[in-house]
Design a protein around this ligand. Structure first.
Ligand SMILES: Cc1cc2nc3c(=O)[nH]c(=O)nc-3n(C[C@H](O)[C@H](O)[C@H](O)COP(=O)(O)OP(=O)(O)OC[C@H]3O[C@@H](n4cnc5c(N)ncnc54)[C@H](O)[C@@H]3O)c2cc1C
Length: 444
């Protein structure tokens, strides 16, 4: 591979990061650097890979090259549900085959355990990372059936769960919108930007060099791998590619990765009066009982008390969306917000944004040694807070010749399935998503 064909473009502000203090000047690459390890991409996968490398090879020179700033890309733009249980966005009802779901849960929990280890060691706050569980919220009869079916699936998996009725949902959220909920205890809730910035600070303190605003423009093998940026280059014998869907831009997994955007809006900080009118708990988060519905979080922390909503998926093989798209989706956010929070009528959204997801048709990662000394930790199937963390950890292990059951399990997976030609794939994916959103009704 030589030229990188596309660089990441992140639409709208990374709102979670906007709530935090300015991180100060970034280190940008200038000149030639030699390292033992190069990690490309500073999201969940890249930072987990760097962390695992510091554990496996203390004293080695490890460099992370990030195109933007830490927490400005998708890692700082998500809804912050680090989910332990199966949550297949494409399945229609989250769950799949029981044994496969048990294996997937094991992997996700290993990732959450690894993230918790980092949170503890790097002294992150409970706002940044807390295992507090999550609720799948249902607003319709269909949503309630989804929750009951999923509860049955969890029973088969011997997973603890609790059904909440409308009164309990109201007690938690302050709103009357939800008819029932399904609580599961193992999800970690993160303030994504606070978490990834804290992890980046921690790995940097452990000796990793993090270089930002330095997109890799070319990656070639000349004995060692050489990654060229606008103002310098990094040479290393082993590279971990942790760029999610941009694996395609580096020439790998062509016609096997689906590029999807999803979107979120965050209100301005609520006033004391608005907080009182809303009621409920100061911090909560619900994912929709129907995968095509709306995710909602109420947050309360350094950035004030706010509501965050996320919905809509669009298929965008170009890996870019226009500002017009953000404005169009904003209408869906406003409608979802107004329907749920009539007592907050008039509260405006302060931030609106979108971000990339990467899915494969068969819900597997784009993982493994793709070239001599080049290891991919990409394609997190929309759940990169946990799955990205897992693939980063495991790519570092594979590149180090380290063995583990989890690594064997991921290596045994089939590769991402080939997609139909782009126009057909776009038509098919768009039709499935629009139909799913239509059927989601008031869950959206
Ligand atoms: C609105 C929204 C809500 C979401 N909610 C959730 C959620 O609740 N839970 C969940 O698990 N997931 C969620 N996601 C998905 C999650 O954010 C992603 O799956 C996750 O960020 C992927 O992690 P990653 O490390 O693989 O990739 P990324 O986080 O995308 O990191 C890859 C990094 O590589 C960098 N990069 C790309 N090309 C280059 C290059 N040429 N040179 C150098 N660097 C490069 C990018 O700038 C980027 O920072 C959500 C996403 C969005 C947009």
């Amino acid at each position: 591979m030589a030229q990188v064909t596309r660089l990441p473009v992140d639409p709208g502000p990374a709102a979670w990061n906007c709530l935090l203090p300015d991180p100060g000047a970034a280190e940008v690459l200038g000149g030639a650097v030699t390292a033992d390890w190069l990690v490309i991409g500073g999201g969940f996968a890249g930072l987990a890979a760097a962390r695992r490398l510091t554990q496996l090879h203390p004293g080695d020179r490890i460099v992370v090259l990030e195109a933007c700033r830490i927490a400005e890309g998708p890692a700082g733009r998500n809804s912050g549900f680090m989910i332990d249980l199966p949550h297949d966005l494409a399945s229609g009802e989250y769950g799949g085959a029981v044994q496969a779901d048990i294996a997937q849960t094991r992997g996700n929990r290993a990732a959450i355990g690894f993230a918790r280890g980092m949170a503890e060691e790097f002294g992150l706050s409970r706002e940044a990372f807390a295992v507090s569980g999550k609720v799948n919220a249902a607003a319709t009869e269909r949503g309630q059936r989804h929750n009951l079916d999923y509860a049955g699936h969890l029973a088969e998996m011997a997973e603890p769960h609790e059904l909440l009725d409308a009164a309990q949902m109201r007690g938690m959220t302050g709103i009357t919108y939800y008819q029932n909920g399904l609580f599961t205890p193992g999800t970690a809730m993160i303030q994504p930007a606070l978490f990834v910035r804290g992890v980046a600070r921690g790995v940097a303190a452990a000796g990793v060099t993090i270089i930002e605003h330095s997109p890799v423009l070319e990656l070639v093998r000349r004995g060692d791998w050489v990654a060229r940026t606008a103002n310098g280059r990094v040479s290393a014998p082993r590279v971990i590619l942790a760029v999610n869907g941009h694996a395609n831009s580096f020439g790998y997994f062509q016609q096997r990765l689906m590029h999807v955007f999803t979107y979120a809006s965050m209100t301005r900080a609520l006033s004391a009066d608005e907080i009182a009118r809303l009621g409920g708990a100061p911090v909560w988060g619900v994912t929709p009982a129907d995968p095509m519905g709306t995710t909602v979080r109420r947050i309360s922390g350094s950035g004030g008390d706010r509501i965050v909503v996320r919905n809509r998926f669009t298929y965008d093989p170009s890996m870019q969306v226009s500002e017009r798209r953000i404005a169009r989706v904003a209408r869906d956010h406003d409608r979802a917000f107004a329907a749920r929070f009539p007592m907050l009528n008039g509260v405006a959204m302060q931030y609106r944004w979108g971000g990339r997801l990467c899915l494969s048709r068969n819900n597997v990662p784009a993982f493994g040694e793709v070239d001599d000394g080049l290891f991919s930790a990409c394609c997190q199937n929309g759940l990169g807070t946990a799955k990205g963390t897992l693939s980063g950890m495991l790519a570092a292990e594979q590149a180090s010749g380290h063995h583990s059951d989890l690594l064997d399990a991921v290596r045994a997976m089939a590769p991402p399935k080939k997609l139909p030609p782009t126009p057909l794939a776009r038509l098919g994916a768009t039709a499935v998503m629009r139909w799913g959103e239509f059927r989601a009704g008031r869950e959206l």
